[in-house]
Design a protein around this ligand. Structure first.
Ligand SMILES: [Zn+2]
Length: 336
């Protein structure tokens, strides 16, 4: 029997190239070349169709694959490294373990390929794109040594997480801060400020919280709400409204008298003078509360206490306008 016939016989019996090479005492590349040269028919090996039947792979199986990858990449081809996606994929996970033990890891093995290491690609589990190895962040605790998603997807997911957390925090603050915002409250607000942006007279406006919920102060009620052009609202975001207006009024060509009027109206709704209202706003920014602190204050008052009350308590400010009913009465009623 010639060597070619022997190879054919072993292939037909369902053996893989690594096994055949070992059996014949040849290098697996020699076997591979023989198969190609002699046009030997290659059937899919039996144990490759049923990977769970063969759980033990030897060094040659792994070296075979690595050699193949190395040659392809060196020749300028793109090698897509498979992921060990499941526990049934014993070959890939076995290969990764082998790489770890023998070469210090897949990453180390790839990086040793120096100037052609960028020909090794991995599929990102998020965007499912095939990307160079270098576009994955290092993760030493993983068998592959890299993140399962590319760095772009990784950072995207992280910023989405942060965004989601911010939205959740805002929702939680909103739920603990004073909230008197029925349909009629909203109508009253619009009657007071009009249906357009109060600062610019522009259409497309949001009901903006003058003192942002983010500070852990204010709340959603007549006295902290007014219509603001949605772009300004996005721009103002969590900034102190007094400072935001000063910094942006020229840029957006805004009329200071409109802002003064807004402050005067909100101040009145809170039972404060405009000067007090300004002080109170700055106090809120200087003394932000987290969720626990809001809850603690509410527990102390046995209702959702207004920040105006807390400001009075902290600063010892008396009721200069003499109008205690405005600003607190509604909240006492709402929590009764
Ligand atoms: Zn990706």
């Amino acid at each position: 029997m010639t060597r070619t016939e022997k190879i054919q016989e072993l292939l037909d019996a369902g053996h893989r190239i690594a096994y055949i090479a070992k059996h014949l005492g040849e290098h697996h590349e020699v076997v591979r070349r023989t198969i190609k040269k002699e046009k030997i028919e290659v059937y899919t090996a039996f144990d490759e169709i049923n990977p769970h039947l063969v759980e033990v792979f030897d060094v040659w199986d792994y070296e075979d694959v690595l050699d193949n990858w190395d040659r392809m990449a060196w020749q300028g081809e793109i090698v897509v490294i498979p992921r060990s996606s499941s526990q049934t994929d014993t070959f890939t996970s076995g290969l990764l373990k082998y790489l770890k033990e023998t070469y210090g890891g897949l990453r180390e093995w790839v990086e040793k390929r120096k100037y052609y290491s960028d020909n090794f690609y991995v599929v990102c589990v998020k965007c499912e794109k095939e990307l160079p190895f270098s576009q994955f962040l290092s993760r030493t605790e993983r068998l592959s040594g890299i993140n399962s998603s590319c760095s772009r997807c990784f950072y995207l997911a992280r910023s989405e997480d942060a965004h989601r957390a911010a939205i959740n925090r805002r929702r939680a603050y909103k739920a603990e801060l004073p909230y008197i915002w029925s349909k009629s409250d909203r109508i009253e607000m619009r009657n007071c400020f009009g249906d357009r942006c109060y600062l610019s007279d522009k259409d497309d406006c949001d009901d903006d919280h003058f003192i942002p919920l983010f500070t852990g102060h204010g709340g959603t009620y007549l006295g902290n709400m007014y219509p603001l052009y949605f772009r300004y609202n996005r721009e103002k975001h969590t900034k102190n409204p007094f400072e935001w207006f000063e910094a942006n009024r020229q840029r957006f060509d805004l009329d200071p008298s409109r802002f003064d009027s807004l402050v005067a109206k909100l101040a009145e709704q809170n039972g404060l003078t405009p000067e007090e209202f300004r002080e109170y706003t700055y106090w809120c920014f200087a003394n932000p509360r987290n969720l626990t602190q809001i809850k603690r204050d509410n527990a102390r008052y046995r209702r959702r206490v207004t920040s105006v009350e807390l400001w009075r308590e902290a600063t010892g400010r008396t009721y200069e306008t003499g109008n205690r009913s405005i600003g607190t009465k509604a909240f006492e009623e709402a929590s009764a």
